[in-house]
Design a protein around this ligand. Structure first.
Ligand code: G3H
Length: 196
């Protein structure tokens, strides 16, 4: 029996930290980000969709027009430890060794007092297993590093390439999961770019 499920992934709308080019933190959406939350809701207005966010302000605010949504800290952005709240230029000048180490192996590199891509893959795996077993269509509003990792559950990507996947803001990734007798047979990907 064929039973298709759709999982949509998107980053939150533009945040104040995105504009300042800072990583981490828990900033709010900008006007552009608020606009994205509106057009995202309008896109799904006639569909039945279960909405999931992280527990950070920017994803919760992006889901603001959906009447029902659930927030999961497992979907929070990679913890950047001592680099949290800094720009990449600031990290390069404050912690040049850390900056270089990350360039050498971005997948395994763990920020001091923070996480690596490998860590977040372990963190989101139980959540994703539950998602993949479900027959409901779902929208997951999360963060760049998390989205890269979630993407790799659908499309095989070498670990070393995963942290470099291009995941622009205000873009919806639609994964149609084609199942046969509860086994995943194929996954199709479509992208929708919102012009904001
Ligand atoms: O830490 C913030 C970013 O969303 C992850 O980006 O792994 O390319 O530095 P990055």
């Amino acid at each position: 029996m064929t039973n298709n499920v759709i999982i949509y992934l998107t980053r939150h709308g533009e945040s104040e930290y995105n504009v300042l080019k800072k990583i981490g933190g828990n900033s709010n959406l900008t006007e552009n980000g608020i606009h994205y939350s509106k057009v995202l809701y309008e896109y799904f207005q006639n569909d039945k969709i279960d909405v999931y966010t992280s527990s950070l302000n920017r994803t919760i605010q992006t889901s603001q027009y959906f009447p029902e949504k659930r927030s999961y800290p497992q979907l929070n952005e990679i913890k950047s430890g001592i680099c949290d709240g800094k720009t990449y230029d600031e990290i390069k000048s404050l912690y040049p060794e850390e900056y270089e180490k990350r360039k050498i192996n971005k997948y395994c590199y763990r920020y001091p007092k923070g996480e690596s891509y490998e860590d977040i893959k372990n963190r989101v795996t139980p959540f994703m297993e539950e998602m993949l077993g479900s027959s409901e269509n779902r929208l997951i509003i999360c963060h760049q590093a998390i989205l890269r990792v979630l993407y790799s559950f659908f499309i095989k990507i070498p670990e070393q390439e995963l942290p470099y996947l291009e995941i622009p803001l205000h873009t919806l990734f639609k994964f149609t999961i084609i199942k046969e007798a509860n086994e995943i047979k194929n996954v199709e990907l479509d992208k929708h770019y919102f012009s904001i």
